[in-house]
Design a protein around this ligand. Structure first.
Ligand code: PLP
Length: 384
């Protein structure tokens, strides 16, 4: 049995037993969900049950849930000028924060010159006043894309206020809620988002499944990224990933049920930060002054290199992330910490610890012990 300690839930959460069992049950069935015969109807029923569960995680109408191959596809589907003005897409601007996930920062289907970046505060919150000024100055159709919570720092963005501004100016609001879902309560109507992205593997489902959820005032279906057979209300063609979707539904149901337990993670996270600070008084904790996801800590000790810490912790049986660490496994300086004004030498040392439902006191104690050993060696080298 593995004795490893997994503190990297923001990268991927472990697959929940309920999701594994829903996937296994779905794999027992065959049939195409678009077929009218009994086999088809049975798998269709699985897809629709999952749609209901995913919808209920974010307070949406199940008819507004479009399954995708993940958060990235949901984001790219949302980011199209055709979703704002299908008749004159050329005039549509897209405002996004500098701290968005790379799948948003890649512009989706907007032309690069239609993008306007909005900066962030030192605490990792989008500069709402700057966003409002830019929107005021623009006389035309626009889309705003702001994440609900940041994947690196956990900083929760003021979505309701942003929605007020966007809606008052007749714009469309997309919210990447991939990290916030299952960690804080989310209601698409309260958030005021027209479109909201979700990903199954961040809440205990499988990789490669996600959803774009539509909210109030989204007058049209998003312009499909993948065209063909017209599945998913004609918004995303391709035969549905039935097993993955079934697992996503089961994970969403568990995540919704466990939201009430999330406060416990904040207590553990705060203890972890306090213990680090007690040992390393010059440690810098990112977004500590902002509303944050209860499970996320991101900190650096000036002079310590993130790669070194992550490797040493890995050897000690503990999984954490350095920087953003989403795709290539390469540690690059975090664009999020840079946007927050973190000095390069501090940002280079940032490690992200993200807790989840399997994290308890023991995991935190083991982490502190291992980290303290690594820090002790660093101190010795500094003194030599
Ligand atoms: N958005 C955010 C905030 C994320 O953290 C991630 C994944 O790390 C994604 C989008 C992409 O989701 P997926 O891995 O399902 O493509």
């Amino acid at each position: 049995m593995s004795t490893r300690i997994y503190l990297d839930y923001n990268a991927t959460a472990p697959t929940r037993a309920e999701a594994r069992s829903a996937v296994a049950q779905a794999l027992e069935l065959h049939g195409n969900p678009s077929s009218v015969h009994e086999e088809g109807r049975r798998v269709r029923a699985l897809v629709e049950a999952a749609r209901g569960k995913v919808a209920s995680l974010v307070g949406a109408d199940p008819r507004n849930v479009i399954f995708t191959s993940g958060g990235t596809e949901a984001n790219v589907t949302a980011l199209s000028p055709l979703n704002v003005d299908p008749d004159a897409p050329d005039g549509v601007l897209c405002f996004m924060s500098e701290i968005e996930h790379p799948s948003v920062l890649a512009f989706g289907r907007f032309a690069p010159d239609a993008i306007r970046f909005i900066g962030a505060t030192g605490d990792g919150i989008i500069n709402v006043a700057a966003l409002e000024r830019e929107i005021d100055a623009h006389d035309g159709p626009f889309l705003v894309s702001v994440m609900a919570a940041n994947n690196e720092t956990g900083a929760i963005q003021p979505l309701a206020r942003i929605a007020e501004i966007v809606r008052a100016h007749g714009g469309i609001l997309h919210c990447d809620a991939v990290q916030a879902a299952g960690k804080i309560p989310l209601d698409i109507t309260e958030l005021g988002a027209h479109m909201l992205s979700l990903s199954a593997h961040k809440i205990g489902g499988q990789h490669g499944v996600g959803a774009l959820v539509l909210g109030e005032g989204m007058a049209r279906l998003p312009c499909p990224l993948i065209v063909g057979g017209g599945q998913e209300f004609r918004a995303r063609s391709g035969t549905e990933n039935v097993a993955g979707i079934a697992g996503f539904g089961a994970a969403a149901e568990c995540a919704a049920r466990e939201l009430a337990n999330m406060g416990k993670l904040a207590v553990l996270r705060d203890r972890l930060e306090a213990e680090i600070l007690a040992r390393a008084p010059d440690a810098v904790f990112f977004s500590q002054g902002a509303p944050r996801l209860p499970n996320t800590a991101n900190f650096a000790v000036p002079g310590m290199r993130a790669e070194t810490i992550v490797i040493a912790l890995d050897l000690a049986g503990i999984a954490v992330s350095a920087g953003a660490s989403c795709s290539s496994g390469k540690v690059e300086q975090s664009h999020v910490l840079t946007a927050m004004g973190a000095p390069a030498d501090v940002a280079r040392g940032a490690i992200r610890i993200s807790l989840g439902w399997d994290t308890g006191e023991k995991e935190i104690d083991t982490f502190i012990e291992a980290w303290s050993g690594i820090y002790g060696q660093f101190e010795k080298r500094q003194a030599a």
